[in-house]
Design a protein around this ligand. Structure first.
Ligand code: ZN
Length: 228
């Protein structure tokens, strides 16, 4: 989806770069504490602000795998994510399966999204998640940031049931898990308050992906589905 030139100019005016110093430092040591990373894909969308309200209330951090085509629709939401300590990740420009594309197209999908997010947030995402988790050695070789998959799939996009989302997450979570959800669905956002409260009750700290791997080897062209 092309963004009109006049809109890009407006963004440039209202979207000052976020100084690096404002980015939060890891506050949780996942080598000593039970950690879990909540990840939300395919947004931002119309329910993302509500999700940010819930995360703020619970003092929980999350990671958002954003689509480049959606980012310019919610510039304030992206900046709010940054200022409230969440992590921005790259989920490609418009959610194509990268294994079906040429090398040039893979680079375009990833770079166009990174640029859109950088235009708004002030920096490009430092991790990415391939749509559908679809990857192969050729795709891997083109991605110069860590590729973050998941070990707990709530299937929230399929059943649209907050109770089911909470149940699957709690049944499958373990120390170091990465939980996959989608903030473009209202039912997924509705699951979050109870999910966070139950995870906290089980002793989990809710961290960003970078925090989860802050003391580990975490490099480009490699995939990560949970903390080792
Ligand atoms: Zn996705």
């Amino acid at each position: 989806m092309a963004v009109p030139v006049h809109e890009q100019k407006v963004q440039a005016v209202v979207a000052p770069a976020v100084p690096f110093i404002l980015r939060p430092q890891p506050a949780v040591d996942c080598a000593k504490e039970k950690c879990v990373a909540l990840t939300f894909d395919d947004g931002p969308g119309r329910y993302t602000e509500r999700l940010l309200d819930q995360l703020k209330k619970e003092n929980a951090r999350a990671t958002f795998y954003l689509l480049g085509q959606n980012a310019p629709l919610y510039p304030q939401t992206l900046r709010r994510m940054v200022s409230e300590g969440h992590q921005l990740g790259n989920h490609t420009f418009d959610h194509k399966s990268l294994t079906a594309l040429s090398k040039a197209q893979v680079s375009e999908e990833v770079n166009a999204s990174a640029q859109k997010i950088k235009d708004i947030a002030g920096f490009a995402p430092d991790t990415m998640r391939p749509p559908y988790g679809a990857r192969n050695p050729e795709v891997d070789s083109l991605i110069n940031v860590p590729m973050v998959l998941w070990d707990v799939d709530t299937l929230d996009w399929k059943h649209h049931d907050p109770k089911q989302t909470v149940k699957i997450a709690l049944d499958e979570v373990s120390d170091g898990s990465i939980i996959l959800m989608h903030d473009i669905h209202e039912s997924s956002v509705k699951a979050v308050p109870q999910l966070i409260s139950k995870l906290k009750h089980k002793g989990y700290k809710l961290v960003t992906v970078n925090e989860l791997f802050s003391d580990q080897d975490f490099v480009g062209s490699k995939t990560y589905a949970r903390r080792a």
